[in-house]
Design a protein around this ligand. Structure first.
Ligand SMILES: Nc1ncnc2c1ncn2[C@@H]1O[C@H](COP(=O)(O)OP(=O)(O)OP(=O)(O)O)[C@@H](O)[C@H]1O
Ligand SMILES: [Mg+2]
Length: 260
């Protein structure tokens, strides 16, 4: 295997139980650099729990998770973030009482200036850091077409705009791998297309995306690879067309509809 074949993310035999319930049940798959991978599956399949395992919010009971060749499953969420992983949540985590611009600035990595002693010792360095953060905020506003909303309170944004802002907060950390939990849910079609455009642009810029999504058309049209979870297990994985025709996948989704 050459270096370029090494997956950016490796999930191997990961298990997470909540009491008697096995939410993630021996899941294995890999995510290649510069790709968009879709993680799909019916409600309760274990998708968000797997994201929580990858980001260190919950500890898997067993299995291996490697980011860029480094085992991350015993690290804290902060250490994992510093190692190049960013994520959004199913319900956006933004500060409603702050403006869009402030939300982005606040998401920047911890600065010297936030420590009182450093402020006294390195005033010039702190000024430079502040300027760098400001310029990153402006770039992010422009990248996500949020410039016109920069001074609005986050509480005044639509659901879709909040999702964009949450993505912006993740981008402030400049992660290599970005995990998105249903970023298009409740987002209008125009904004969804805008968001998809940005995701493709991010992969062009060397970033890698793992995306939870329920919209099959969107997954089939925009993902390089798809992983299907069902009852905590990997039901299928491969190219969108391969997964789409997989009998087990069709059955899992039809079963879900009939159950409702
Ligand atoms: N903290 C927790 N404590 C107990 N059970 C949990 C916890 N988190 C998730 N679960 C259970 O684990 C299973 C998987 O949940 P999870 O949220 O990962 O599913 P999901 O695939 O993200 O579903 P959805 O599409 O509805 O978001 C569900 O049965 C859920 O009730
Ligand atoms: Mg979920």
């Amino acid at each position: 295997m050459t270096a370029s074949d090494t997956p950016l993310l490796l999930i191997e035999d990961v298990v997470k139980r909540f009491g008697g319930l096995t939410a993630v049940d021996h899941v294995s798959f890999t995510v290649k650099s510069n790709s968009i991978t879709g993680l799909i599956g019916p409600n309760g399949a274990g998708k968000s729990t797997l994201f929580n395992c990858i980001t260190g919010i919950v500890q898997p009971d067993s299995g291996t998770i490697q980011l860029d060749g480094v085992k991350i499953q015993e690290k804290s969420p902060n250490q994992i973030a510093q190692h190049g992983l960013g994520r959004t949540f199913q319900t956006p985590k933004i500060f409603r009482g702050m403006s869009v611009r402030e939300n982005l600035a606040f998401a920047a990595p911890v600065q010297h200036g936030e420590r009182p002693v450093s402020t006294l010792i390195h005033p010039q360095k702190i000024k430079e850091e502040e300027t760098a953060v400001q310029s990153r905020v402006e770039d992010t506003l422009e990248f996500l077409s949020l410039d016109h909303l920069a001074d609005e309170y986050a509480s005044g944004l639509s659901g879709g705009q909040r999702k964009l802002l949450e993505l912006g907060r993740v981008l402030m950390l400049d992660p290599d791998l970005i995990l998105l939990d249903e970023p298009m849910a409740g987002v209008n079609p125009a904004l969804t297309n805008e968001l998809l455009d940005r995701l493709h642009e991010l992969t062009n810029r060397g970033r890698t995306i793992l995306l939870i999504e329920h919209d099959m058309d969107l997954i089939m049209n925009h993902c390089d690879r798809v992983v299907v979870l069902h009852n905590g297990q990997t039901l299928a994985s491969g190219s969108p067309s391969l997964v789409q025709d997989d009998e087990r996948v069709i059955e899992a989704y039809l079963g879900d509809v009939i159950d409702e």
